[in-house]
Structures are given as C-alpha cells and as structure tokens.
Ligand binder design. Structure first.
Ligand SMILES: [Zn+2]
Length: 531
C-alpha cells in the first residue's frame, strides 16, 4: 500500500518549495554575494537577501501558477533549476536571455560534451527527488473564491516581508542594486524565469520587424583585374592572448608565424556567444546598435554581395549553423560524416571543410567567390576533443568536461593544443588559396566569434553579459592573409602598417564590401579596415 504524505495547501507547497530553492539552488549567488559583502561583517544583510529571495520566489510562483497546473509548473521549475544550478555552480555562467537562445540553438552533439557525473548528481538530488516529493504530496482543495482570497493575502504578506527587508538594510541594498548589479543574475530560479519571460516576449510578442533588404543597389565595377577568391573563416572561442602571434609564450601559431599574414592583436568581438556574435559580425549594425532580432530581420553583408550578381557564395559549417546569416545562399553541414570526409578520433574535423572546394571554385570560373567556413575551433568544455593526437604538444591535458575537476594547467594545455589545430587548419586554407594565386586575387580572413574564460577567478567558457565579461571572452584572435594579386593594392599595404589599431566585429561588414570593391549606399568607408 502506498504511504500518503500529509496533505497541504497550495500556498504551503509554494512557500515550502521556494525555501528549498533558496537554500539549494543559490550557492553561486551566496558565494558571489559574500565575496563582495563578507559574511562576518554583514550577517544581517546576507540573511535578509535569503529572505528576500525566498519571499520573492514564492510571490512569483503564486502569481504565475494556476491551481490546476500547480504540480506540472513546480516540477518543471525544479528540474530546470537543478540544471541551472549545475551550470552556474560549475561554469559560472549566467542564465540570461542570450544564453537561453544559445542553449536552445545548440545541437545535441555539442551538449553531450557537457554531460558529466556531477550533472547527474545535481539532476537526481536537486531535480528528480524533489520533483517526486512534489508529485506525491497531496494538495488540499478549496473553493475557487476562497483560494483566490487566500492567495492574495499570502502575496500581500510576502510583499510586506520583502519591503521590510529592503528597508532594514536599505544602504546595503542601494549599493547592491547600483554597484553590484550582476549579483542578482545568480539568483535561481528567479533570474532564469525572468530571462525566459524576456526571451518569450522578444521572440513572440515584441513588435514584428518587417524583413528589410539592404544594399540592393550594390554593384562591383569591372576593373579588368583577375576575379577575387576570398575564404572567410569564422573561428570559435579563440582568445587573443593565447596566440603566439600576440606575444603568448607558447607556440600556438607555429605554422602561421611563417606565413605572410597580417595579424590583428587588438580585435574585439560583438558578443560573448556564438548565437549573438555570428549574426552581429555579418550585420550592418555595430555593437551599439545591434540586436539579434534586428539582425535576423535585416539582410547582411552576404546578401549585399549576392545583390551584385557577381559573387559566387558558399557557407560550410562545422560548428552548429550559420545562426541565420546564410539562409539565402548555399549552406553545407560538415558536422557529420555524410558531408565531411575527415572524421577521425570521433569528431568531424574543420579540415574536412576544405575537401571539394576545388570543385566549387571550378564551377564558378571567372566569377568572384566568397566561401565562409564556420569552424568547430576551440569549442569548450571538451577542448581535448578539438584536435588529433599529433597536435597534443602540451600535456597533461584535461580529459573531462567537468573543468573544475582539472588543474587549470591541464585545461590550458588542452585549449592551447586546440589552437595549434586551428593554426594548421588556417595554414592549409592558405595553401589551398596559393594554388589559385596566378588566376585569382586570393585572400583569407580569420576572425573568432568570441573569446573564452579558462578558469580565471573561477570563470569558465563564455557567454557572460558583455559589460561584465572579462577581456578573455571579448578580445579575440583575428588575422588576414593576402595573395600576390592583392599585395600590390595600396590599401593592403596600408593595412599592414596599422594592424595594431583597435578593431572589432563592427568592421567586418564594410571590410568585406571593401575587398570586393562593392559600391552601395550601405557601405561606410570609415568602418572599412582597408581604408
Ligand atoms: Zn562560439
């Protein structure tokens, strides 16, 4: 016979579960809070934040949960929050709107890297077990009217508790809200519930922006020179300060160092995640004016090149997808052996994207060509999977996705080995272009989408809100290579002399137009790196 738990009311259940959330899902919050407000000197304040989180969570749940959906809602929130707690405690990520978008757009094979034993412990102890308790606990019923009144009374009491706590420590809370804004991003589940609401609002209820074509006037004047063959490589999570080209003490660019490249030591990304940065770098918007929604409802630089009618375009992807950038040109998925012929040691390699490009080039003879290759690059946390054995120069390496279990040195070793793999991939791309040097004006442009944290101050991976993200997540690897046909161009010579200037993803749109000499109203020569 099943033993039944004592029956409780709806509000008792919500208040009880909110206390559980406050105590078990907010380690990261309390740890960051007490780093700013040391516990010993601020006992009252720290306790009051616990009370505010508890009361506010209960208030929000009472506001949003209809009686009939009580258990489904609480079970969902519990399971998601246990996941959220795992990612926050392990990687110090923030579950904001752009992180949610990134998570929803991530494919399964990428996510599998994140599956660790610790994840199961979190899901079982903080997700499934409490979910079972919620499921099994009987909830007493009341008349609709009575339960509504009751709900209103309890919510009023919670509100008073929150106000009282804020007043009692008003000085602390003023500095908490003004100077330590990021702290509240660590509250769980409050912040992710807020972010999901924001995400839903922006995705579905926000004013629809009509799709806008741009640069329809674009033309490429005939200059009597050979056509252009440009390969643009979109890198993944390559931070600038780990490039030997930028002074890093390890040889992470051993091959490129011998090529005649122009390195950009001061290049900054638009965002700190793939889903944010990739649409941004190809968009006409600058970081200040960009939003994801605006970018996907406006044509990008690839579309403008298409409008000229003179450029053959191709996007190959070994990362995830083009994040909406290549919707109107041929797009090829290189993440599976179906397309990618170089899948070794369990992973399809970036280098596989070079296979068969000769055919594409041959098919579009006489035309300008732009090929975009979106790399797997240094995708974390499993850096050790991102290169083949022959690139493992620095050992020992971290062979776990649970980065905090590894020594920092092992994480950095694996990360640096993966950069060496990219070095080789870029060099091979340049080699391919060299074959066409006498028939084309060839160029390779490389730019990472964002950087990566490798455990500095306990922060891993990427995706922190831009204003609080460390430089490691924003300062990115970037370099260009130009073949013979471009090298006499005075603009390229000038670029080599100013390569140490500060540039950013804002420049890519106009630089690509510059390289193809596109004339259009949307071109801004002030943002063209070649000007
Ligand atoms: Zn990325």
């Amino acid at each position: 016979m099943k033993r039944t738990l004592p029956s409780i009311t709806l509000w008792q259940m919500i208040i009880g579960i909110s206390l559980f959330y406050t105590l078990w899902y907010n380690f990261t919050f309390f740890r960051s809070l007490t780093a700013v407000y040391p516990f010993k000197e601020n006992i009252g304040f720290v306790l009051s934040t616990g009370i505010v989180i508890w009361a506010l969570t209960a208030f929000v749940l009472l506001l949003l949960t209809p009686r009939i959906l009580l258990k489904p809602v609480l079970i969902t929130v519990t399971v998601f929050s246990s996941l959220g707690a795992y990612f926050m405690d392990t990687y110090h990520v923030v579950l904001d709107e752009s992180m949610l978008r990134n998570a929803l757009q991530t494919n399964l094979s990428e996510s599998l890297d994140l599956v660790t034993p610790k994840l199961f412990i979190y899901i079982i102890l903080l997700g499934l077990l409490p979910a079972i308790v919620i499921y099994r606990t009987p909830v007493s019923t009341m008349s609709f009217r009575r339960s509504l009144i009751r709900r209103f009374q309890i919510m009023s009491i919670l509100l008073l508790v929150i106000i009282a706590a804020l007043f009692a420590y008003s000085k602390h809370y003023t500095s908490f809200f003004r100077e330590h804004r990021p702290l509240r991003y660590n509250t769980n589940p409050l912040y992710w519930i807020y972010s999901s609401g924001f995400y839903l609002y922006k995705s579905y209820f926000d004013q629809e922006i009509p799709f806008r074509a741009i640069g329809t006037d674009a033309v490429i004047p005939d200059d009597g020179k050979p056509p252009r063959l440009v390969i643009m490589v979109v890198g993944e999570a390559a931070r600038a300060d780990h490039f030997s080209l930028n002074g890093y003490q390890r040889e992470t660019n051993p091959t490129l160092a011998h090529d005649d490249i122009i390195n950009f030591p001061q290049m900054y990304s638009c965002g700190t995640s793939t889903a944010y940065s990739v649409p941004c770098m190809f968009s006409v918007y600058t970081r200040d004016t960009y939003s994801y929604k605006k970018a996907i409802s406006t044509e990008n630089v690839i579309d403008v090149l298409k409008h000229t009618g003179k450029v053959a375009l191709l996007w190959r992807d070994n990362n995830s997808d083009s994040k909406g950038v290549a919707l109107r040109i041929p797009h090829e998925d290189y993440r599976t052996p179906k397309q990618n012929t170089i899948c070794v040691e369990g992973e399809c390699r970036d280098i596989g994207m070079l296979v068969g490009l000769d055919d594409f080039i041959a098919k579009h003879q006489g035309k300008d060509i732009l090929i975009v290759l979106h790399q797997m690059g240094n995708h974390g946390p499993a850096y050790y999977k991102r290169y083949t054995k022959d690139f493992e120069k620095y050992t020992p390496v971290c062979k776990s996705s649970q980065l905090e279990e590894c020594k920092r040195e092992e994480i950095v070793n694996a990360y640096d080995n993966a950069l060496r793999y990219t070095d080789n991939f870029l060099a091979k791309t340049i080699d391919l272009l060299k074959h066409y040097d006498d028939r084309y004006r060839t160029a390779m442009l490389y730019m990472s989408d964002h950087g990566e944290s490798l455990g500095e101050k306990g922060i891993y991976l990427h995706g922190l809100p831009y204003f609080m993200a460390p430089d490691a997540q924003k300062h990115i690897g970037a370099l260009f290579w130009f073949g013979k046909g471009f090298r006499d161009d005075p603009r390229i010579k000038a670029l080599a002399t100013k390569h140490t200037h500060r540039f950013s993803h804002d420049n890519l749109f106009h630089t690509l137009l510059g390289i193809f000499d596109v004339q259009t109203k949307v071109y801004d020569n002030k943002l063209d790196m070649l000007q």
